[in-house]
Design a protein around this ligand. Structure first.
Ligand SMILES: [Zn+2]
Length: 68
């Protein structure tokens, strides 16, 4: 079984960087507070999928966030 890879699009929001899954039926949403480096999952979406997205030195892996 191959792992599904979902791409996350990034928008700036008042609470930090908002990562949203581009798949219609997934709906994963994650907010990253750049000041504190914290990741908050708003909606888990498809838990079996691999979610990837990056912007401005923030790399989103599963389930780890690295700031470079
Ligand atoms: Zn997804």
């Amino acid at each position: 079984m191959t792992e599904d890879i979902h791409h996350l699009s990034v928008t700036a929001s008042p609470g930090g960087l908002l990562f949203e899954c581009e798949r219609d039926h997934c709906g994963r949403r994650v907010v990253i507070d750049r000041d504190r480096g914290e990741m908050v999952v708003i909606d888990h979406g498809d838990r079996s999928a691999l979610h990837e997205g990056s912007l401005g030195g923030v790399v989103l892996d599963r389930p780890v966030v690295r700031q470079t």
